[in-house]
Write a protein that binds this ligand. Sequence first.
Ligand code: ADP
Ligand code: MG
Length: 683
Amino acid sequence: MSGVGAAQWPSKGSRQAALLARLDIHRPEDLILHLPLRYEDETRLTPVARVQPGTSAQIEAEVLSCENTRPRRQLLVHLRDDTGSEIIARWINFYPSLQKQLAPGRRVRLFGEVRGGFFGVEMVHPRLRLVDKGEPLPRALTPVYPTTAGLGQPTLRRLLDVALDAVPLDDPLPSTIRQQLALPGFAEAIHTLHRPPPDTDAHMLATREHPAWRRIKFEELLVQQLSLRRAYNARRAHEAVCLPPRRTLTRALHERLPFVLTSAQQRVLDEIAADLAAPHPMQRLLQGDVGSGKTVVAAFAMLQAAENGWQAALMAPTEILAEQHYRKLATWLDPLGIGITWLSGGRRKRERESELARLESGECLLAVGTHALIETPVNLPRLALAIIDEQHRFGVRQRLALRNKGTAGVRPHMLMMSATPIPRTLAMTHYADLDVSTLDELPPGRAPIHTRLASATRRTEIIARLKAACLEGRQAYWVCPLIEESEALQLKTALETWETLKEALPELRVGLIHGRLRAEEKTAVMAAFAAGELHVLVATTVIEVGVDVPRASLMVIEHAERFGLAQLHQLRGRVGRGTAQSSCVLLYEPPLSRAARARLKVIFEHNDGFAIAREDLRIRGPGEFIGARQSGLPLLRYADLERDGYLIEPAREAAAELLADDPAAAGKLLARWLDGREGLLRA
Ligand code: ADP
Ligand code: MG
C-alpha cells in the first residue's frame, strides 16, 4: 500500500502495476471501467437491538471487555451501544495489536454480517474502524471492487481518485441515442457507479438495474457491435472472385439428387449463391441442426465455384467425416463429369502426391480433407471458396490457414458450417461479424428420436433389447465412455466393450471403430456398417460429428454423464437420419452430480438443437460456450445476454449509425474500451 500524500498512478514495472495488470488494468482508463462488484452501506448505523440476523449491518458501540480465550485462541469482544444493547464480536485469526486497539472504553464501528449466537447476537470478523463519538458517517455507499491478492480495496479506491482526475470523461454517444434509451451521460454514470451519491437507489445499484449501469452495459454492447462491424466491413473491403451462378453444374446436380431440397435448404442456397456472385469475400455461417442436410448445401456451393472454373475446398475435423463427405460428393459429382479429390493424413504418400499435383495444376477443382488440407504443402492456386464443416472443432488459426491457401491477393469466400446452433442473442453479439444462414427445417419424414435414461445397473437388460432389435434387422451404435484424461485408457475401454458385446451377442456381427485405427481400417469398418454387414458398431467419440448412416436407428451411450450437452446432441444425431423410429439410451453411472443430472435432463427433454444450445448457454455462460472462438474476442463483462438482451438490438442500430455518421465517436468508444486489444478474428 502506498503511503499518505498525493497518490499517483503506479509507474511501469512497479509491483502495483503488475498487480493491476493481473486485473487487465493497464491504463487509468481501464480502471475507470473496472466497476464495483457490489456496494456496502456504511452510511447508516443500526441500533444493536434492531439488527436482523443474517443481514449485514453497521453498528457503533463501546468495548466492555476484550479477552483472548483458551484453549481455542479467539478474541472475544463484548460491546454495548448507546441504547444499552450488547453484542459480541469474535476474531479467530488476529494480530496481537488488535487486542490492544480494542481496550475497554474504546468506541468502534463494526460492519459485517450479524448472526444469532449462543450468547446473543454476534459478528464474526467484522470490518473494524476506531472512531470518536460524533464522528460523521460516510455519505455514499462504499464500492467493493473485484481484486487480486495484494491489492486491497483502499488502494483501489485511492487509485480510482487518481484515474478519475486524470481521465476526461467525455461522452461520444450522440444525445439522440441517449434520449431514446433514457441513458445518463458517461461521466454521470461513472461517478454514480464509483462514488454513488447519498441519494442513490441502493437496490437498483445492487441489482444493476440502475440507469448508470444501463448506460455502461449499453456502451459495452455498442463497442462490441462497433468492433465486430468494423471487422466485417474491413473484410468486405477485400477483393474476391465473382462466382455468378451459371447453373451448368448446379442444375445438373439438382436433376440427379435422389431427393428434393427442403425449402430451408433452397433459401440458404440462394443466400450463398448471391454472396458468391459478389466481388468481396463471403463470410457466412451456415447453422443447422444435426441431420438438417448441410452437406448438400456445401456441394452446391462448391459446384458454383467449379462452374466458374475456380477451386473449392471443404475441410472436416475427422478422417471418417472427410472420407464420408468425399464419397457422398463423389457419387453426386462423378456423373456430372467433375472430379473431386480428398486429402488426409492417413493417405499413402504416393496417392497423396498425385492428388496434390492435380490440385496444384488446377486440373482438379474440388478438394475435401481433414487438417491435412492446411498442414501439408497443398497449393490451391485457384481457390475461391473455402468451406469448414463442424467449424466449432477448428481454431481461429486453422480457419485462417485454409483461407490463406489461395493465391496471394485473392481472398476465398468462406462458408462455416455448424450443427451447434448459436442462440439468437449470441449470434447477434459474439458472431455479429458473420452473416448467418439457418436451416430451420429437417428433411421430411424424420421421426423424432426417442431418448431414454437408464442407470448402468440395467446394462444387461439394455443389451438384451439391443439384441432383439438387431435380430429384427436394425443397426446400432454403442458409444464408449469418454475418458478425457487418457486416450490410452479410452482405447482400452473400447476394446473391452467390444469383447464384452461380442461375447454377449454371438448371433450378431459387432464391429469396432476408434481413432487409432489406420485410415484404411476405419474406411473398411465404416463401409461395412453402412452396407449393413455389421449389426452393432462399438465406437469411441470419433463418430461424434457428421457420420451419416441413415439405416442405423439405435444408439447406446455409456457414461453419458461425462459428455457435454453439445456433444450428446451431436452423438445422438447419428441416429434419426432415416425414416425409421430411432432411439437413444443414455446409460449413466449413479450417483449423478447436480450438473450431470441437469445436462441429461436437457437432452432427455429436448430434441431440438436450438433449445439445447439455449440451455447450454444458460448453464455454461457465453465464454465456455464459444470455446475456441473466444481467443481474441472481447467477451462481455457487464452486460448479461439474458437479462440485458433488450439492449442488443438498439446497440446494433446505434453501431451502424455511428459508423456511418460519426466514425470519430466510434473510434473514441473503441479506444476507451479496447485500446487496440481487438483480436485475431479481426484479421
Ligand atoms: P448435417 O446437416 O448433419 O450435416 P447431412 O448433410 O449429413 O446433415 O444430411 C443428413 C442426411 O439427410 C443425409 O443422408 C443426406 O443425404 C440427407 N438429406 C439431405 N437433404 C435432404 C433432403 N432435402 N431430403 C431428404 N434427405 C436429405
Ligand atoms: Mg454434417
